[in-house]
Design a protein around this ligand. Structure first.
Ligand code: 6OD
Length: 469
């Protein structure tokens, strides 16, 4: 049974709930559910640790981040196993992306924070400068799609900035967070600096509304993000939200078609489409539309299906497949549930799917599905392509496929999205601002933007006496 991690040690309290392996549907573990008392204990532990942690020189906190990175390296195989047990991710992806990004996150933010200068401003006879203070106790609410990558993406900058944290992983994916709790204890991290509580959305709600929580960072659905905003509004807590997407890919006739097909397939089907950055709307210049559609559908047939995180989420994705049919879509491939004739048949799989023929105003083309599926539509001009991409309530990421350099810059700069990739997808530089516009989020994390969010400047202005000597 997984226990909470509070004040540097395990806490077995609260009812228990099961976690299912998405590959087979079998129960893989039981976990304690945080109740109001557990949440309160976690927040108190974080508050008690906050003063001493904030008082450490940043170089010492950076040293702790590097020790945590080493701890992750030591427990690499345990983290891989825990992540796969909860998510059913492929081994290759987990070993090359999910867990290594945890190591990279701690090292990148340690380096950045340790080297960051403070601001100073001069006027004649006036010196202003800033000192940055931690926010205090930060609630870190983590989704189930990239559990370890996203937990550490938020933890590392928060901790190195001097905040203490209470983390609430998704109820579907507590495993890698539980291993990380052990890593914190093994490293001798001061008790209360990192606290981890498990539970459903109700535990997350108790956490964000706790008066001892000073700020909230969240990656997940737009609906949950706006519910958190309402909860914290009265106390005006700082929030950083990376929310849903309905990301567009624009494929121009001057693209390298092999790269465009391969890259678009990756952007649609990676992690079973369960990444907020995945492409769900593909717009293709008419002269290459038929060929592109045929090749993308073929790629979809060659993709190894990955499980959806839960039976409920599988049913949601399947309901969109049914919706596409009822809205009059042409299904180019997929649209159902794969049959494996093995243990996976009791898991939560759906077929990688490509559809076309729907209006831009169909629910299918407007709502985030979060599965291995996209809609493909033709366009005739660059201006039309830009309008189509921007015609969404969301604005997280977009992808361009073109070999025309001028067009790449021209179009990229007109897209209403926080992130634009050209001839690639999900290529990350951890120093860059990361986040979305419109319903896709508030604020940016990444590089110094993360350090800005997890601390607040005080500006000190001194009037200098002018000596006439
Ligand atoms: O790669 C990252 O840093 C990041 N924040 C990815 C978010 C993916 C959302 O599903």
């Amino acid at each position: 049974m997984l226990t909470h991690f509070i004040g540097g040690g395990p806490l077995a309290a609260g009812k228990s709930f099961p976690v299912h392996d998405p590959v087979t549907g079998a129960v893989v573990r039981h976990v304690h559910e945080a109740d109001p008392e557990v949440v309160d204990r976690a927040v108190r532990a974080a508050r008690e640790a906050a003063r001493d942690w904030a008082a450490l020189p940043v170089g010492e906190r950076a040293g702790w981040m590097r020790r945590l990175a080493e701890g992750i390296e030591r427990r690499f195989d345990d983290l891989v196993a825990a992540e796969i047990a909860d998510t059913g991710k492929p081994l290759g992806q987990t070993r090359t992306l999910d867990i290594p990004r945890g190591i990279a996150n701690f090292r990148a933010f340690a380096d950045l924070a340790a080297q960051r200068p403070d601001d100073a401003f001069h006027l004649p006879g006036v010196l202003s400068y800033t000192v940055r203070r931690p926010l205090g106790v930060v609630a870190v609410i983590v989704p189930w799609n990239l559990p370890f990558l996203l937990m550490t993406w938020k933890l590392a900058p928060a901790l190195v900035s001097g905040d203490t944290v209470v983390v609430k992983p998704s109820e579907h994916t507590p495993g890698s967070a539980a291993v990380f709790a052990e890593i914190c204890a093994e490293a001798g991290l001061p008790p209360g600096v990192v606290n981890i509580i498990f539970g459903h959305g109700s535990a997350g709600r108790l956490l964000v509304e706790h008066p001892g929580v000073d700020a909230v960072t969240f990656t997940g659905s737009t609906a949950t993000g706006s519910a958190i905003m309402r909860t914290v509004a009265d106390r005006v807590k700082p929030i950083s939200f990376e929310l849903g997407g309905k990301n567009a890919a624009l494929v121009f006739e001057d693209c390298d078609l092999d790269r465009a097909v391969e890259g678009t397939a990756r952007s649609v089907f990676t992690n079973g489409g369960q990444v907020c950055l995945c492409t769900e709307r593909v717009y293709v210049q008419r002269s290459i539309f038929e060929e592109f559609c045929g090749r993308l559908a073929q790629s979809a047939r060659e993709v190894e299906p990955q499980p959806m995180i839960s039976a409920e989420h599988r049913d949601k994705v399947l309901s969109f497949y049914a919706l596409a049919r009822s809205e009059g879509a042409k299904v180019l491939t997929g649209g159902g549930v794969p049959v494996f004739h093995d243990h996976r048949d009791s898991g939560y799989f759906v077929e990688p799917t490509v559809v076309s023929g729907l209006s831009e105003w169909s629910r299918f083309n407007r709502e985030e599905i979060f599965g291995p599926v996209c809609h493909v539509a033709p366009f005739d001009s660059e201006a039309e392509a830009i309008d189509l991409a921007n015609g969404s309530d969301y604005g997280l990421a977009a992808t361009l496929w073109t070999t025309n350099l001028d067009r790449a810059h021209r179009v990229a700069q007109r897209l209403e999205a926080g992130l634009v990739w050209v001839n690639t997808w999900y290529l990350r530089d951890l120093r860059t601002p990361f986040g979305g516009v419109k319903l896709s989020g508030i604020g940016r994390e990444g590089g110094t933007r993360s350090l800005d969010f997890y601390s607040e400047p005080t500006t000190i202005t001194i009037k200098l006496e002018q000596s006439d000597a």
